[in-house]
Design a protein around this ligand. Structure first.
Ligand SMILES: NC(=O)c1ccc[n+]([C@@H]2O[C@H](COP(=O)([O-])OP(=O)(O)OC[C@H]3O[C@@H](n4cnc5c(N)ncnc54)[C@H](OP(=O)(O)O)[C@@H]3O)[C@@H](O)[C@H]2O)c1
Length: 233
């Protein structure tokens, strides 16, 4: 049975990923911050789901993840670094250095921390994948071309995460681990952009299909399973 660890599985896209991978027979390790939500997920998942309570910005998140993986599996086929938050209506003069630090810790450092914790288990899988959930908002190319949004700290954090994806993919590819950046679509979730047009469940299904069929020789990003193709970095 293949296995997947999904951060940010309490709601939105991550919650739908949790459901879709369970429906497809995967063993799922959802990472959530709230212990009560972890209990809910356990009740739904029975023997195929092992919730982990962790905040990806906390130094102990890596240990919490590694402990549960160690107890439940030898290998991990897929890591989805999905946990994320946004600060809207923040551009000059309102954006602060603290905004930048906070979102960098979630989107970039958090993804790195979870990847380090999962790495020994990914190394034992046959065709392991790390999918870092990014955003078109993190694209320098699209920003230069005029893609806006009052979300400085979000755009900068996702851009940094994209560089993390490229660095990790370059290094881990030789071991057979592929690391991809994935834009999940314009989703109707709590952080929905003004032009949101996709149900998180539909996006989760497209993402799972993309995982099933991904060309392991493909460039590392930014993949767009909903619209198809790649977005400029
Ligand atoms: N919505 C879109 O159109 C869109 C577009 C492009 C990219 N994305 C990306 O897609 C991912 C999922 O977004 P979404 O739309 O599903 O948003 P969402 O509904 O707000 O879900 C975000 C998830 O991340 C979790 N999270 C936030 N900070 C965390 C932390 N420090 N540690 C652990 N978990 C944390 C939240 O947990 P809590 O419940 O504890 O807060 C929640 O489970 C994000 O990375 C987002 O940037 C979304």
């Amino acid at each position: 049975m293949p296995s997947v660890l999904i951060t940010g599985a309490s709601k939105g896209f991550g919650r739908e990923l949790f459901k879709v991978f369970l429906e497809r027979g995967w063993t799922v390790f959802p990472v959530v911050r709230d212990p009560f939500i972890a209990d809910d997920l356990k009740a739904v998942a029975w023997t195929a789901g092992y919730p982990i309570v962790a905040d990806v910005t906390s130094p102990d998140a890596g240990n919490r993840i590694a402990k549960v993986l160690q107890a439940r599996t030898r290998s991990l086929d897929l890591l989805v670094n999905n946990a994320g938050s946004i600060k809207k209506l923040r551009r000059l003069p309102n954006v602060t250095p603290e905004d930048l630090e906070e979102l960098f810790r979630v989107h970039c450092v958090g993804a790195f921390r979870c990847t380090l914790a999962a790495l020994p288990f990914l190394r034992r899988a046959e065709r392991p994948i790390v999918a870092n959930i990014t955003s078109r908002k993190g694209s320098i190319g699209l920003t230069v071309a005029g893609e806006g949004g009052d979300v400085y700290s979000y755009k900068i954090a996702k851009c940094a995460q994209n560089m993390l994806t490229a660095c990790l993919d370059q290094e881990l590819r030789a071991e057979g681990i592929r690391v991809f950046a994935v834009h999940p679509g314009r989703l109707m979730t709590d952080v929905a952009p003004a032009d949101a047009d996709t149900l998180p469940r539909d996006a989760a299904i497209r993402f799972a299909d993309w995982v099933d069929s991904v060309d392991r020789e493909a460039p590392c990003g930014i993949h767009d399973p909903v619209a198809g193709g790649l977005i400029e970095w």
